[in-house]
Design a protein around this ligand. Structure first.
Ligand SMILES: Nc1ncnc2c1ncn2[C@@H]1O[C@H](COP(=O)(O)OP(=O)(O)OP(=O)(O)O)[C@@H](O)[C@H]1O
Ligand SMILES: [Mg+2]
Length: 212
């Protein structure tokens, strides 16, 4: 194991311990107030954090298994969790009429859509609209996240999916969001691409194989 791996796993291990404390505390809160929406939201976020930290631990025995989900349900649920993260002045429009079965874990869908939407927020740097939509053809399902920001300059299009590539290092960007989304999409046999939106804006399209 390299020094970086040992360090990352050490951090994940300690993070995991802190998340366990959070999970137990939230469990107690939910026992007292089972219908509290904020507590439920916090519990879901803490459970997702546990899964993320778990992915970095050496004894993570999770195997890639087929996860059939409804495109419409997975994207609608992801939208529900992203909405509260958007600043005032940013509107999220959701059009998930097209449905089919895809092989993508709902938690990973949430990770992918959250990263794309937060990038859109950064790019718009003020009021704007994010449009999240689904479309299906006979062989593939497409999830699109389009914004009204300035768009991605043509010379950066190849580079933005590289790990650690960021134009936001002075604002805390790590250049990991799109690399992670690309990895999740490829794991499910899909592709991700970036396009222009007229008159200005960027559109990220995730294309996934359709089942059944
Ligand atoms: N919607 C968008 N519009 C314009 N540029 C974008 C958009 N999304 C991503 N980019 C560009 O792609 C780069 C890489 O994005 P990525 O999500 O991988 O990293 P980041 O947002 O800089 O940092 P973080 O690790 O916090 O996500 C960004 O720094 C930005 O230059
Ligand atoms: Mg990002």
């Amino acid at each position: 194991m390299t020094d970086v791996n040992i360090f990352v796993r050490g951090v994940a291990h300690d993070l995991n311990n802190q998340i366990m404390i959070l999970l137990h505390a939230l469990d107690r809160v939910l026992m007292m107030c089972p219908d509290d929406p904020d507590a439920k939201y916090a519990m879901k976020a803490a459970e997702d954090c546990a899964k993320l930290a778990g992915q970095l631990l050496p004894n993570n025995r999770e195997r890639r298994i087929f996860q059939p989900v409804s495109l419409k349900a997975a994207v609608s649920e992801a939208a529900m969790f992203v909405r509260p993260l958007l600043p005032a002045g940013n509107r999220l429009e959701v059009d998930c009429r097209s449905d089919c079965t895809i092989d993508f874990a709902p938690f990973e869908m949430q990770q992918a859509i959250t990263n794309l939407c937060l990038n859109a927020v950064d790019a718009m740097a003020g009021p704007g609209v994010i449009r999240l939509s689904t479309e299906r053809s006979s062989a593939s399902a497409t999830i699109s996240v389009a914004d009204t920001g300035p768009g991605v300059p043509p010379e950066l299009r190849e580079r933005i999916f590289e790990p650690l590539f960021t134009t936001k290092s002075n604002k805390g960007g790590n250049g990991l969001g799109l690399a992670l989304v690309k990895e999740l999409v490829q794991k499910s046999g899909g592709t991700i691409s970036v396009h222009d939106v007229l008159p200005h804006g960027a559109e990220f399209r995730i294309s996934l194989p359709v089942f059944l």
